[in-house]
Ligand binder design. Structure first.
Ligand code: FAD
Length: 345
């Protein structure tokens, strides 16, 4: 089948990949009509490319506004189809058990939403909570081997007929190729600087993580404090990689890592899960990443440029993997609505 560029997804992080996936599987767009453009593509590494640097799992990191609760729920409950479509758990997405502790109760709105869909959810009795913890839950979560998982989704999209172009754009209008009817802007932090968007509400939330070799740890453990986040996240089907974190530093653009932060991460994670030290700590990598945050939250809306559609889908902050399928679903529904109003689109 001949290629065309009717649908362009700008950005090949998890947000852009989920968007291309939903175009095919929800909007029934022919993959041969979809082009993904990105300065960085799955397999690349850069501080300006957040997705390969993520933890990553489904957790309670997200805020409790109605949109984000919906994005989390949609993603959690629809990832199994995606997992099957891309070839199963070995492609870097699988279930694992998790325990989450809060120093301050997260609120009924959040907890009631989680109770409506999380598998095997149990509230931990107060007497079993560690010192200083106000509330805790256990449930079955999703874990992602992020750098490999995004390559698996890209491989699936390519096998269906999606075209990938590696290119840095300086203006959003450059995303309109001959015959392009709609562009999805999934540039993450790039939306801060790309002309035609230049969203000054976009800012980074810096994180630092250690990746260690610890095949004996196969479950997640998270602790949320008022001014810190400590997490232990196994990467599924990764030959025993375990992610230890972390930091949530607002408006910090630094891609460097520090020894001081690494030591702090080791101290906090091994206190939370002493079993990590049942074997000598084998550090494989230390990395920093910039979560694409946005004042006002995720932006998913429609704009018109010279009569053509521009659908924004960015600002996933610390939850692109766990909420991004719901965000993509919303963005693609906006397209379908516009197409109903203007059937030529
Ligand atoms: C330490 C850390 C831990 C995390 N843990 C988790 C977790 O456990 N669970 C979870 O759900 N999330 C987690 N996240 C958050 C997650 O990584 C992000 O939400 C997600 O990666 C954002 O994806 P994105 O596609 O929006 O952006 P990105 O992955 O940054 O992709 C942006 C894309 O746009 C392209 N682009 C940008 N500007 C241009 C331009 N001008 N021209 C061409 N292309 C351009 C880039 O090249 C890239 O392809 C974590 C993040 C960090 C840093």
């Amino acid at each position: 089948m001949s290629q065309s560029n009717e649908y362009v997804v700008l950005g090949a992080g998890i947000t852009g990949l989920y968007t291309a996936y939903c175009l095919i599987n929800e909007a029934k767009v022919s993959p041969h009509h979809i082009t993904v453009i990105g300065e960085h593509l799955p397999g690349d590494g850069s501080i300006n490319y957040t997705s390969p640097r993520a933890g990553g799992n489904f957790s309670c990191i997200t805020p409790d506004d109605d949109d984000t609760l919906e994005f989390d729920k949609y993603t959690y409950t629809h990832l199994e189809d995606l997992q099957n479509n891309i070839g199963g758990a070995s492609k870097g997405i699988d279930h694992r058990q998790t325990t989450e502790y809060w120093d301050v109760y997260p609120g009924d709105k959040k907890i009631n939403s989680l109770k409506s869909y999380l598998k095997k959810l149990k509230v931990i009795p107060n007497v079993q909570l560690p010192a200083g913890v106000a509330y805790g839950i256990k449930y079955t979560t999703w874990n992602f081997f992020c750098p490999f998982y995004i390559q698996s989704i890209a491989k699936y999209l390519r096998s269906k007929g999606v075209t990938f172009i590696k290119r840095k754009l300086t203006h959003i209008s450059q995303a309109y190729l001959p015959r392009t009817k709609v562009v999805f802007n999934c540039t993450g932090l790039g939306s801060f600087s790309i002309s035609g968007v230049k969203d000054s509400n976009v800012y980074p939330t810096r994180g630092q993580v250690l990746v260690v070799h610890a095949p004996h740890i196969q479950e997640n453990r998270m602790r949320w404090g008022e001014d810190y986040a400590t997490y232990i996240i196994p990467r599924p089907h990764s030959n025993g990689q375990l992610v230890l974190g972390g930091f949530l530093q607002k408006d910090n653009w630094t891609g460097d890592t520090t020894l001081e932060q690494s030591k702090d991460i080791i101290k906090r994670t091994t206190t939370l899960m002493p079993e990590i030290l049942d074997h000598p700590l084998d550090i494989l990598a230390v990395s920093a990443g910039l979560r694409p945050s946005r004042y006002g939250g995720t932006r998913i809306d429609v704009q018109r440029i010279d009569g053509k559609l521009l659908i924004h889908n960015y600002g996933a902050s610390g939850h692109g993997f766990q909420a991004g399928l719901g965000m993509a679903h919303r963005a693609v529904r906006l397209l379908l609505k516009e197409q109903q109003l203007s059937p030529k689109l």
